[in-house]
Design a protein around this ligand. Structure first.
Ligand code: TMP
Length: 232
C-alpha cells in the first residue's frame, strides 16, 4: 500500500477507492510534543478497538464522522478528508495544561464545559488559539467555527454518557475535524485514551495517556481495562 502520511501514532495509506484511505494505528507513544517517546506493544490495536466502539456509538447518535469500517486489528477504513489544522479540546474537569497554565489543582469540576482550540503545529508547540485567530488565518469561517463548537459540545455530552456508563469520568479530550470533497465537516482522527483523560468515578485512578506522561503504571493494562469495560 502506498503511504500518504505518517504521524506520531498513526499512518495513512492510499486505497483503490479515490475517496477512501486506511488509517493504521501504531504502537508508538509520544508526550510533550515528542520529547518523551516509547513503544507499547498492543497499544495500536487497543486504541483502534476503542475508537471503533466510540465512533459507532457517535454515528448512531447522528454525529457525522469519517469512519467507514474497521478492517483488522490495526487498520480503519475512513472517508478521505483534509484535516483542519486545529486541535479541538473540551475540558469538564481541570487537568493537564489548563492546571499548569493557571496554577490550579487538577480535579476542579467546571460548571460548564470549556471549549478550546489550538493550532495543530508541532514546530510551534500547538499554541492555544482563539476564534478570531483561526478565522483571520483562514483556517475556518465564522460559520464553520460555530458549527464545530456546537458539534463538539454535543459530542462531549455523548462521550460523557458513554464513559459514565462504564464508571469513567471524561475529564477532557481532544478531537480533530476534517473536510470531505463536498465541503462537509466530519469528526476525524481517533477517540481513545491517547486523546481523552479518563478517571475512575470512585478512585480517580487514571486510565489514559497520563499513565505514560507521568509514569503511573502499566499503560496497556489501563487501556485494556477501558476496552473491557466498553465491551461490557
Ligand atoms: P492538555 O491538558 O495537555 O492541553 O490536553 C487536553 C486534552 O487533549 C487531553 O485529553 C489530552 C489531549 N491531547 C491530545 O490528544 N493531543 C495533544 O497533542 C495534546 C496537547 C492534548
Amino acid at each position: 500500500m502506498e503511504k500518504l502520511y505518517e504521524g506520531k501514532a498513526k499512518e495513512v495509506f492510499k486505497t483503490d477507492v479515490d475517496n477512501e484511505v486506511i488509517i493504521r494505528y501504531k504502537d508508538d507513544a509520544t508526550a510533550g510534543n515528542g520529547e518523551k517517546k516509547d513503544v507499547f506493544e498492543g497499544k495500536g490495536p487497543l486504541n483502534l478497538a476503542i475508537t471503533t466502539l466510540v465512533f459507532e456509538k457517535l454515528k448512531k447518535e447522528g454525529i457525522p464522522t469519517h469512519f467507514i469500517k474497521t478492517l483488522n486489528e490495526r487498520d480503519m477504513l475512513v472517508k478521505k478528508v483534509v484535516i483542519l489544522p486545529l486541535e479541538v479540546i473540551v475540558r469538564n474537569i481541570s487537568a493537564g495544561s489548563f492546571a499548569k497554565r493557571y496554577g490550579v489543582e487538577e480535579g476542579i469540576v467546571f460548571h460548564k464545559p470549556i471549549f478550546e482550540i489550538s493550532y495543530k503545529n508541532d514546530d510551534l508547540g500547538d499554541p492555544l488559539m482563539c476564534e478570531d485567530h483561526a478565522i483571520a488565518l483562514g483556517f475556518i469561517t465564522k460559520e464553520e467555527y460555530d458549527y464545530i463548537k456546537n458539534m463538539t459540545l454535543k459530542i462531549n455530552k455523548l462521550l460523557q454518557k458513554i464513559f459514565l456508563e462504564i464508571r469513567l469520568k471524561l475529564v477532557d479530550f481532544k478531537i480533530e475535524f476534517g473536510k470531505d470533497r463536498e465541503g462537509n465537516i466530519l469528526l476525524a482522527d481517533e477517540i481513545s485514551p491517547d486523546t481523552c483523560r479518563l478517571w475512575d468515578v470512585e478512585t480517580n485512578k487514571k486510565f489514559d495517556k497520563d499513565i505514560f506522561r507521568r509514569d503511573l503504571g502499566n499503560l496497556i493494562e489501563g487501556y485494556g481495562e477501558v476496552l473491557d469495560r466498553l465491551r461490557g
